[in-house]
Design a binder for this molecule. Sequence first.
Ligand SMILES: [Zn+2]
Length: 301
Amino acid sequence: MRTNFRRIHFTLQFVFHCLLAGVCAAAAAEVGMNPELSTYIEAIGKPRLEKLTERVYVARAYGGSNFLFIIGDGGVIAIDSSWHIGSAAQALADLRKITDKPITTVIYSHGHPDHTGGVRAFIPDGAEDRIPIYASAKWHRYQDELITPIQPMILRRGAKQFDLDRVFDGDIMVSLGRFPAEGAIVSYLPPSREIDGPTELTIEGVRFVFEPHATDIDDALLIRLPDENVVYAGDAVTDMFPFIETPRMETGRSAEGFVTAPGIIAGWKPDHLVMGHGNTIIGDPDRIQRILRVQRDAVRE
Ligand SMILES: [Zn+2]
């Protein structure tokens, strides 16, 4: 029964993601770019791996969101997976110039498709039992959100909100970053390890601290690598005004979470901060504290 319930949910999410990608491709057209968006896209730059520490690399500008590779003792841990299989595979190909260790673990910062859609590039068909996926125990909440009579409206408003029908330089550029027009195939796999409270784990010799915390959606995890002084905030923190509400009338976004999450991260005193979108702050703890304070105060106001 449980298996059937899950399968129905996964199928719905997969359909939702495919529809979103389909809307984008079908509606693509040449139009001018807002100069401010152009400046922002230029600042994000070209797809690349940025080295944070000896073990930690952030994948930037591959496909709408940032994600991490952590090189452990016996394998690589991926935190998030981009929006599409193609962009995740491109980042993995670049990682192969650095290490030939296999990906042995995946972690979802939260369930939104722009962070989970590329997972099949990291977990090929048949490898599901070998490569665990960690996520918040509340991941079912987002799955439930997909079953709603207003889903078509959410879909269309989402496509409009992110400018998914605009093509620039061969790619579809959205307010979140690059959205490849080619190979934009979306995948999804359910988590196989649930985290239901503050948790410390050592994976492949790397220590992790997980703090479940509602923000962009209530299945979010704040993730700290204490020995690397790295925090992966997912969509809990951004260097833009955070997504505390959308014109899509979704449920689950927590303004209170956007106020309290920065305090948790500030207390960890990271040297490096990776956000799910936008910039990565490398080796600048003062700037990180400033960004966290600005978000907390802006949302609170
Ligand atoms: Zn996101």
